[in-house]
Design a protein around this ligand. Structure first.
Ligand code: V47
Length: 370
């Protein structure tokens, strides 16, 4: 019935490809962005979602630790960074990080997510010490830490081959890598918004080396600012090509730009429509990345719930104490309980599953039903 209607739309030929699992081209990606037919985009994305993940919808119990907001990259989209000496500037010692972990020690957290600014005063040893500090007080937790921007900084400080840096990090307790720092790969956007930070080519190079070192990761794209449709399609295809080469990506997270308190505070930010459209297009283009995350912190729990029918199969986690998006004006809560997440998922007619960072299911001794 819906399929008959979709066959009458301008995306009918793309629907025929999606049905049989044929990879979509750059031109087809552009046509998806040009379309305002959100229902058709969602219908097609849902086919891919259910083919890969059925009704399964994952979440994780996690804690975010943003260990410093001091940063020398001055990205125009960022409201989180501070200069040394500013009142809001902070940098946590390994002991302070341990304290943060201990504050939540009674919570059954399985993942600690650690990303931060580039504070040039931090030595290479700090990045290893804070991993050890976390593992010392919570040995079983999975540490997902450091964007490629932080990895580039460590590589410069360590003055040794990248493979050795990754080996050091793994030995100190790093389990996987988050997907941040990718922004939009296009050189135009790089020069305009984040010229002091690594660009797309280097991000891909560093991530490919991480996958070769045996580290799994996520990947992201920051949308809703100055980027063009062609640049987004190019970004998604470059991620897809990297995944073809390594298979190292677990999930793609579209990061919705939050303008408040940034140098681009005059931009309007994303909408429910553009958030759902971005999730659907990601699911359609990234045919080889198993999971698409609707990150509720950024797009609200409400839109994340709807996104479970627009391509997303993961809603991220309980997220204790998020700072980057809240500094940029996010109105969402600082954390959601496991029951609240499970309720959102179940109410949407999907199956909530608690996972660890690498998508192993967590068996808890209480039922998942309410
Ligand atoms: O790279 C910064 C983004 C990223 C803003 O892998 C902003 O599971 C929106 O890496 N509005 C860092 N976005 C966060 C990150 C991340 C987050 C959630 C899950 C995962 C994962 C990784 O945050 C940065 C940048 O793209 N960002 N400022 C802003 N104003």
């Amino acid at each position: 019935m819906i399929a008959d209607l979709v066959r009458q739309t301008s995306l009918a030929d793309i629907y025929d490809k999606v049905k049989v699992g044929t990879r979509l081209s750059y031109e087809e990606g552009l046509r998806l962005y040009e379309s305002s037919d959100l229902h058709t985009l969602g219908f097609m994305a849902n086919i891919v979602r259910e083919r890969i993940n059925g009704d399964k919808t994952y979440f994780v119990r996690n804690q975010h630790i943003n260990y410093t907001n001091i940063c020398n990259k001055f990205c125009k989209f960022c409201a989180f960074y501070a200069l040394p000496g500013q009142e809001r500037a902070y940098s946590m010692t390994p002991e302070e990080i341990q304290k943060k972990v201990l504050e939540q020690i009674e919570q059954p957290i399985t993942e600690i997510h650690m990303v931060a600014g580039i504070n040039p005063r931090l030595p290479y040893s700090y990045y290893l010490d804070i991993l050890r500090a976390v593992k010392a007080v919570r040995p079983d937790v999975h540490i997902k830490a450091y964007t490629m921007v932080e990895i580039e900084q460590m590589h410069k400080l360590a003055k040794k081959p990248l493979a050795e840096v990754y080996a050091d990090l793994k030995a100190a307790g790093l389990d996987s890598l988050p997907g941040g720092g990718a922004e939009v790969f296009a050189e135009r956007v790089h020069q305009e918004l984040y010229p002091l930070k690594i660009g797309g080519d280097r991000w891909v190079e560093l991530m490919e080396a991480a996958h070769q070192a045996g580290l799994k990761s996520n990947c992201t794209m920051l949308y809703g600012h100055i980027e063009r449709a062609e640049e987004k399609v190019d970004h998604l295809i470059r991620l897809r090509e990297l995944q073809d080469r390594t298979g190292g990506f677990l999930a793609f997270i579209p990061l919705a730009f939050h303008p408040d308190n940034s140098d681009m505070a005059d931009l309007p930010g994303t909408t429910g429509f553009s958030d759902l459209k971005q999730i659907a297009i990601a699911r359609l283009m990234l045919d080889n990345i198993p999971h698409i995350k609707a990150y509720w912190i950024m797009i609200t729990p409400q839109i994340s719930q709807v996104a479970l029918w627009y391509g997303a199969d993961d809603i991220d986690g309980t997220v204790i104490e998020e700072k980057i998006y809240h500094d940029a004006g996010a109105q969402t809560p600082q954390s959601l309980t496991r029951n609240a997440l499970a309720h959102l998922i179940r109410e949407a007619g999907r199956e909530p599953l608690e996972r660890d960072n690498v998508y192993n299911l967590i068996n808890r001794d209480y039922p998942m039903s309410e």
